[in-house]
Design a protein around this ligand. Structure first.
Ligand code: URA
Length: 231
């Protein structure tokens, strides 16, 4: 029995074990992780949708994020979607509801999709990080690295016909570049060696802060529409 399993059983019996405040972890989550790790040694790249969702739900690879999150945010939408949107990381509302892009920025994104005739059910949306960074800070490189196999597996399962990166962080991560948004918007890239076309647009949270840029973002969405029509 591992230490985490031991702690879990003590907890289930109502026995409180002293844990230093700095090292306290969500025992149930670690326990779930233990079960998954001991039951299945399958690499993430071989997991089914259900197995992947369970692996992400139990993930404690980022000790800070796995303790501070309310819910992980796996992704949401149509598994057969042509279009997959990738954002940066869950915010406060997403963390509370366990779904991506459900706050004010998410509502704006939904409106922009509607403007080009798309419903949320038509597409799949996920993020690079599956847990909210405290105070919405930028993801740290090690956090991104920990979550990368999960996003990669989602994309392999989804096989999108078009990908859209929303915001600088998602765009730079997916394209492996440090280029500015000014350079990245308005042109079609290819996602790694998959051949999947990839477009970049502003993050809707940025548009809420800078509504004057909505016209520019609309141009990006017209490009998305055109790309989908010519698939
Ligand atoms: N911002 C993101 O990048 N993703 C979300 O899910 C919500 C806000």
């Amino acid at each position: 029995m591992t230490k985490n399993q031991h702690d879990y059983y003590l907890q289930q019996m109502g026995i409180q074990r002293w844990i230093s405040r700095n090292t306290a972890v969500n025992t149930e989550q670690v326990m779930a992780n233990d079960i998954i790790n001991t039951q299945s040694e399958k690499p993430v790249s071989e997991l089914s949708w259900e197995e992947l969702a369970a692996r992400v739900a139990a993930c404690t690879l980022c000790p800070l994020l796995s303790q501070s999150r309310t819910h992980h945010v796996f992704g949401d939408g149509n598994h057969n979607a042509d279009l997959v949107i990738v954002g940066e990381a869950p915010g406060a509302n997403e963390d509370l509801q366990g779904k991506p892009f459900v706050g004010r920025a998410g509502q704006l994104l939904t409106e922009m999709l509607k403007a080009i005739g798309l419903k949320r059910e038509d597409i799949y949306i996920t993020n690079i990080l599956k847990s909210r960074p405290p105070n919405n800070r930028d993801p740290k490189p090690e956090e991104t690295a920990n979550c990368t196999p999960y996003l990669d597996r989602q994309l392999t399962l989804l096989k999108p016909k078009l990908m859209v990166a929303v915001g600088r962080i998602a765009a730079q991560y997916l394209l492996g570049t440090n280029e500015t948004m000014a350079k990245l918007r308005g042109q079609q890239f290819t996602f790694r060696d998959t051949g999947t076309p990839l477009l970049v647009t502003y993050h809707p949270a940025y548009l809420l802060r800078s509504p004057g840029q909505k016209k520019e973002a609309y141009k990006d969405f017209l490009l998305i529409k055109k790309a989908l029509e010519t698939l």
